[in-house]
Design a protein around this ligand. Structure first.
Ligand code: ADP
Length: 394
């Protein structure tokens, strides 16, 4: 399609504005433009928010431009001029090339301001090595391309703002839910403790030894529950602010998990736990913190997948990492909630009667992050949940 073809404008617009991914849109735009206009280098500079220094946002070297040493540096000078003058700027070589091999040293440049909502947001530069010179018709078409590019970048900025806003709203909702949850979670054990201690202190009643023991046991258990809750809240705040001290030492994950299973079995004799270890490689880790991760996974499995069997497998993934799969066969986690379960305060809403704060998995993730590892979950409804932890062995 020649640059004089009247449908070129429509084609430029049509191929680009409907595309969601801005990079794909620009690829389309370049392909259409290249059809009608000769250029070797194409670069887009986007100014920072204060309108100051510009950064390359996209650059393509085509044809002779590929031989050039730096894709974008050709346009930098002219881009700065356009930022300063805010107008289309042309540059031709001082003297025309006589030898074809020198063409790269004879750049014909065009710089176009990218204007969105009346403001300069960047510059488009086109470079042609060894001419021919840009004609008015070429400049018109490049101006149209610049308008489309400005639109694409404005749309990108808008999409980014929407995503940021949505993330902030989600966080605010979680904080609100958290305040409601935490008040309830703190008040419930406090209510028991206060109620039973007031009862025991009543001067008009004498309690027999069994009843006194029963009430004191409730007070004792609820105090433990409260301590655990407060510890979790403080722990998550410390992990969030990065002030948790870790003590790293060589350790064997299989030994750590075996220990943990022994303790869990002592508390829940009916719980079925299957453990397979295909690797006993040593990792660098904080024993207490890693134990905390598995404690959380056990406590979640007991809470959200009651009666389920738990299978733990350690596998060597490659020479430098080890994987632990912690699987239950409970109800699973619906796919729409899966991406968020490691977020601070996030709880899947459909667990009536199951108390919690949405901090357990957040704490697990933070601990694994500090170990330079990864943790994620895979789950199918009715098929159970698998938590997978990958840790470096070196
Ligand atoms: P909490 O248990 O305090 O709600 P967590 O951060 O430990 O917080 O877990 C986040 C959510 O992930 C839970 O609310 C629960 O819905 C879901 N979840 C965690 N483990 C499991 C599991 N094994 N099976 C099903 N759902 C789970």
């Amino acid at each position: 399609m020649k640059y004089t073809d009247p449908s070129i404008g429509y084609s430029l617009w049509q191929n680009t504005v409907q595309e969601e991914d801005w990079k794909v849109a620009l690829d389309f735009l370049i392909a259409t433009l290249r059809d009608a206009l000769i250029f070797d280098n194409f670069a887009i500079y986007i100014t920072d928010k204060s309108g100051g220094t510009s950064e390359i946002a996209y650059a393509r070297a085509i044809g002779r431009g590929k031989k050039a040493e730096a894709d974008a540096s050709w346009g930098e000078e002219i881009a700065n001029k356009v930022i300063y003058n805010e107008e289309i700027t042309l540059e031709v070589p001082k003297k025309s090339a006589t030898n074809i091999t020198d063409r790269v040293k004879e750049p014909y440049l065009i710089g176009l301001p990218l204007i969105a909502s009346g403001k300069l947001i960047g510059v488009l530069t086109l470079v042609r090595f060894g001419g021919p010179e840009y004609k008015p018709g070429h400049i018109d078409l490049a101006t149209l391309a610049a308008a489309v590019i400005a639109y694409i970048f404005e749309k990108r900025a808008l999409q980014e703002s929407i995503a940021e806003l949505e993330a902030a709203q989600r966080q605010m909702r979680l904080q609100d839910d958290f305040v409601a949850t935490i008040s309830h979670e703190l008040r419930t054990p406090l209510g028991f403790i206060k109620g039973y201690s007031t009862t025991l202190l009543r001067e008009d009643t004498l309690w027999d030894e069994d009843t006194r023991r029963e009430f004191l046991t409730i007070i004792d258990e609820e105090t433990d529950h409260l301590t655990e809750l407060i510890d979790n809240i403080l722990e998550s705040a410390r992990l969030e602010s990065g002030t948790v001290e870790m003590s790293f030492q060589p350790l064997r994950l299989d030994a750590l998990i075996r220990d943990m299973i022994t303790r869990v079995r002592a508390r829940y004799p009916n719980l079925e736990v299957i453990f397979r270890s295909e690797s006993s490689k040593i990792i660098q880790g904080d024993n207490t913190r890693l134990a905390q991760v598995f404690e959380n996974l056990f406590s979640n499995a007991l809470k959200y997948a009651p009666q389920s069997r738990i299978e733990i497998t350690i596998k060597a993934i490659n020479s430098s990492s080890i994987q632990v799969v912690f699987a239950d066969n409970g109800d699973g986690i619906p796919a729409e909630h899966l991406p968020y379960i490691f977020d601070r305060f996030y709880r899947v809403p459909d667990h009536p009667g199951k108390t919690g704060t949405g901090l357990g998995l957040f704490i697990c993730k933070r601990i694994i992050d500090v170990h330079h590892g990864k943790i994620w979950a895979e789950s199918k409804k009715q098929k159970g949940t698998q938590f997978i932890i990958e840790l470096p062995t070196q």
